[in-house]
Design a protein around this ligand. Structure first.
Ligand SMILES: Nc1ncnc2c1ncn2[C@@H]1O[C@H](COP(=O)(O)OP(=O)(O)OP(=O)(O)O)[C@@H](O)[C@H]1O
Length: 299
């Protein structure tokens, strides 16, 4: 019996490239013996609702769009008890997630991975009741971040740039946070924080340590302290630019669960989009929660 595929795509994502490639993509799916149901999204939340409602009736969910669409698919899949695996054809402008999974930007090559890539169980994060694929972040840069699509790609370069710009201001806005993880409880002022499951966040690999694994049930966490004077601020900027992490100015650790508490609301970005504002932010890693198809590794 043919396997049933639900293919959901955002026709407006990125430069609308899917529109002209659709026939080629569908031919490739059919040649791989899938019976395909195609659904172009019509509005926000369409993709999430569709997966929640129909996801269990399919053997394979494939989506094409930017980070927003992918995030909605994740949300839909996580609500299902038995989650079908997921394929992804990136069509947005930010590609950290796709590059983590070795999925190329070209639609044709990504489509080949959808039908022939290797299955890979990937950790999924949650921030309170919302899910994310590879990053949840707060702090100095966030207001600008979700207005500019390229933001996540150059997150830390951007952060260094923004900090450089605020050097002349009397103070940078910061959050006073209580951070609980594992057996640790720390309290400090932070200008920025990120919780990631990705080996491609701004290419800033040194910050969260080497050997990032996407299926180990752990996040890489980096929290940057509020600099007490211009010299400290300059040191932070330097460490962001040179990508050498300095423990005097930042906490970095790995964990599967953390709780951040603040007496004012902390505004988050998740997967590059606005992710809500909370006084209490609880983050969990759901180990190997969704199986994706990724590019095969060179032997
Ligand atoms: N037909 C549609 N009309 C308007 N908005 C849509 C439609 N389909 C999906 N959306 C919403 O648009 C938002 C952005 O979509 P998506 O992330 O796929 O593309 P993008 O913004 O071009 O990509 P990126 O964020 O990676 O640059 C998502 O929240 C999605 O739910």
């Amino acid at each position: 019996m043919k396997k049933k595929m639900l293919f959901i795509y955002n026709p407006h994502a990125g430069k609308e490239a899917m529109k002209s490639k659709l026939s080629e993509v569908l031919e490739c799916f059919v040649a791989a013996d899938y019976e395909v149901t195609v659904y172009p999204t019509r509005k926000k939340r369409d993709a999430a609702e569709l997966v929640k409602e129909l996801g269990n009736e399919y053997d394979y969910i494939v989506c094409s769009g930017g980070d927003g669409t992918l995030n909605e698919i994740t949300d839909g899949l996580m609500s299902l008890e038995h989650r079908p695996p997921c394929g992804y054809i990136p069509a947005g402008t930010v590609n950290d997630f796709a590059s983590s999974l070795k999925i190329p930007k070209q639609i044709k090559k990504a489509t080949e991975i959808v039908v022939d890539g290797e299955w890979f169980p990937y950790d999924i994060g949650s921030l309170n009741s919302d899910y994310f694929n590879y990053i949840a972040a707060f702090g100095a840069f966030t207001e600008v971040a979700y207005e500019t699509p390229q933001s996540t790609k150059n997150l830390l370069g951007r952060l260094a740039y923004i900090l450089d710009g605020v050097k002349r201001l009397p103070s940078i806005s910061y959050y006073h946070l209580k951070v609980e993880h594992d057996d640790v409880c720390l309290e400090d002022d932070f200008i920025f924080g990120m919780i990631t499951n990705s080996n491609s966040v701004g290419g800033f690999k040194g910050l969260n340590g080497k050997n990032v694994k996407l299926d180990d049930g752990l996040f890489e966490v980096a929290l940057i302290k509020n600099p007490k004077n211009p010299v400290e601020l300059q040191s932070i900027i330097n460490s962001l630019i040179t990508r050498v992490h300095d423990s005097k100015y930042m906490y970095t650790f790995r964990t599967n669960h953390l709780i951040l508490t603040c007496d004012k609301e902390v505004a988050w970005t998740v997967d590059g989009e606005y992710g809500g504002s909370y006084k209490k932010s609880e983050i969990w890693n759901h180990e190997k929660a969704i199986v994706y198809r990724r590019g095969k590794r060179e032997k």
